[in-house]
Structure formats: C-alpha cells, structure tokens
Design a protein around this ligand. Structure first.
Ligand SMILES: [Fe+2]
Ligand SMILES: [Fe+2]
Length: 365
C-alpha cells in the first residue's frame, strides 16, 4: 500500500492545491481497496513516509473522481435543499458547544446508555479508532484531553470513522419520522410537529456524510460494511421505536453525546497540528459544505467545518434528549412551537439557547 505525503517544503501548483481536500480521498481509496483488514478490522495503517519525493501532484487523476457530481440538465440551474441550514454564529459554536453527559434517571435511560456504549465499542473496533485521550466522565472533564497513549489517528483513519458513523447517523430520524407519520394516519391523530424536526435531522446527517464523501471514496469492503450496518440499524430502530420511542430518543441523545465528543477530539487534533494535510494552507473544504452551511469566505478551513458539524451534533443531542423527556403521544414539539411567554429563552432551530442535556418537560410544555 502506498500513501502519498504532503511536504510543506515544496510549493504546490494551483491545480494541485484545489484538489487537496480530495487527496486524502485518494489515499483512503487506495488503502481501502488495498487491504481488507486495514479498513474493517482496525489494524494501524502503514505510512511510507520515507517516500517523501512523491508529492500530491502525482496522485492519479482517476483516483480523484467526483463520484456524485451535480447533474447537469438543460433547464435547471440549481437545486436547493428542502431544509436550509439555520445560521450558527461562530462565537456560539466555539463557546456554547462542548461535551456534556446526561445522567440516566431510570431503567429506560440506562438501557439506552448501555446500547450506546456497546455500539461505541463495536464502532471503535471496526473503524480502528485509537485515540490518546480518555472518555470524559463528567461535563467539562479536563482529564479527557490528557494524553494517555501514543497517537493512533490520521486523516485517513478519521475519515473512515466519520464516514462510517455518519452513514448510520441519518437512520434514527428517518425511522422515527416515518413511524410517526404512519401512526398519525393510522390513528387519525395529529403529530404535533415532531415529524419535520426528525426529517430535518436525518437530512442534516446525510449532508455530513456527503460532505466527508467529497474527501474520500470508500473501497468495496467499507461499502459492504455500510450496507450491513444500515440493514441491521434500520431494522433495530424500527422495532425499538415501535416498542419504546422514549428510549429511542434517549438512545440518540446519548449517541450524539459521543458524536460531540468525537468531533471535539478531531478539532483538538487539528489545533495541535496532528493532522497536517487538513491544516495545510491550501486545503479547501468541499463546495457542498460551503453552500450548505453558508460558510463565510474567511471561515472555510477543516477546523471551521468541524465546528459546524459538531454544533449540528450538539443540536441533535439537545433535540433528542428533550424529546426523550416528553409525552410521546400528546406533547407538541418544543423546537417548532410559539410560546406564550416571549420574555425568556425557548427551544428553537439555532444554538443561541442550546441546552447540552436537553430541556426538561416542565420548562417547555
Ligand atoms: Fe453527523
Ligand atoms: Fe448527529
């Protein structure tokens, strides 16, 4: 297996620079098709860093193909997403989004937390995730950032993990929305506004996936793993949501706690200079991301992208922990409601009043 390496000593041509975001893709793709075990079973990648004479410009053009280009038609100029992303202020993304853990209050919460821990263990194994920090035990735990073992991540390993996780992250919202939609028609009852937020969440997760797929094309083994994971996860969520929707929302809330933690570590790695391909001055985030998050011109680094994605995950964490606190049949969705008392903060689509562990029912209904 060969992995090209960036050398900051040699100036890059403009054309080469514009493809920087996809170079990791080429490395990723080559590694995926080159070794089954490397992708699926978490063996450490072998980086042939001694071959430093080979620069990005020598990456085969075929490996950089755009595998879902926008369809050109005779009449259509642009197709906009159904749900525009709400504006997040840069300051809010840096100060209001952080790791937080909601303590389980009953048996249903504990089942949800155990399931997430089990899934996390399995995903760590499958994606070869080895980070040099501990999992935080409480809100703002500083031990979580203390290095405990040699650094085991790289751009390629981050992409494998993120793509795998984002490919299943869009499932719960869609399953919950579908079941609530069917329930409403079957039982001749209103849904009270939950469906829209759940669909929006799953669309947002799919946008995360599409963004990272612009940087990496998985090999056949990874595609096979995604197929299996979706099959198992969709059916498990379907059955579980029919049995206990409240436990499912709590489960997603805990899952999103892990997502916020994962992206926090990725941001810290970027800031610490551990991921040089993503901090190279010529690195470009994909256009799909710039359009979707309406990223300002001076805020288009990989770190900025990670800040947006992490804020989205924190929003999902808030939404699902809140929904997990509500009466599943009767309560309206607090995130799309108008309130009688306009003088104090209420749930909404933005992150100005983000509640890390969700809103309590007594405060919103
Ligand atoms: Fe996501
Ligand atoms: Fe999420």
């Amino acid at each position: 297996m060969y992995v090209a390496r960036v050398s900051t000593r040699v100036p890059l041509s403009k054309q080469t620079a514009s493809h920087l975001s996809k170079v990791v893709a080429a490395n990723f793709s080559q590694s995926c098709s080159g070794s089954l075990h490397r992708v699926g079973l978490g063996a450490s990648p072998v980086l042939h860093t001694s071959q430093s004479h080979r620069e990005f410009s020598s990456t085969p053009r075929a490996a950089l193909r755009d595998f879902f280009p926008q369809k050109e038609t005779e009449l259509i100029r642009k197709t906009k997403p159904a749900w525009e992303h709400p504006d997040f202020s840069y300051e809010d993304m840096k100060t209001k989004v952080f790791y937080a853990h909601r303590e389980p209050a009953d048996f249903s919460d504990r089942v949800a937390l155990w399931m997430v821990r089990l899934l996390r263990w399995g995903t760590d194994l499958v994606t070869g995730y080895k980070h040099d920090v501990e999992v935080p035990k409480k809100i703002g735990d500083t031990n979580a950032v203390a290095e405990t073992k040699p650094y085991g991540m790289s751009e390629r390993k981050w992409l494998i993990r993120i793509i795998f996780l984002e490919s299943v992250a869009g499932v719960p919202g869609m399953v919950a929305a579908m079941l609530r939609h069917l329930h409403s028609m079957r039982r001749l009852k209103r849904d009270n506004g939950w469906i829209e937020t759940l669909l929006e969440e799953s669309q947002n997760e799919r946008m995360h996936l599409l963004t990272f797929l612009k940087m990496a094309e998985p090999g056949w083994f990874m595609k096979f793993m995604l197929l299996g994971a979706q099959g198992v996860f969709f059916n498990s969520m379907f059955i579980s949501y029919l049995i206990s929707p409240r436990t499912c929302h709590r489960f997603v809330g805990y899952l999103e706690e892990e997502a916020v933690f994962t992206y926090t570590l990725a941001i810290q790695d970027l800031e610490a200079g551990k991921l040089p391909q993503w901090t190279h001055p010529d690195f470009r985030v994909p256009d799909i991301a710039v359009d979707y998050w309406k990223m300002p011109e001076d805020k288009r680094t990989m770190r900025d992208l990670m800040l947006y994605v992490r804020a989205d995950e924190a929003k999902h964490r808030e939404v699902n922990h809140t929904l997990g606190n509500l009466d599943q049949d009767e309560d309206p969705n607090p995130f799309v409601s108008e309130y009688k008392d306009v003088g104090r903060p209420h749930p909404g689509k933005g992150i100005e009043h983000l509640q890390p562990i969700g809103w309590e029912r007594k405060d919103v209904i």
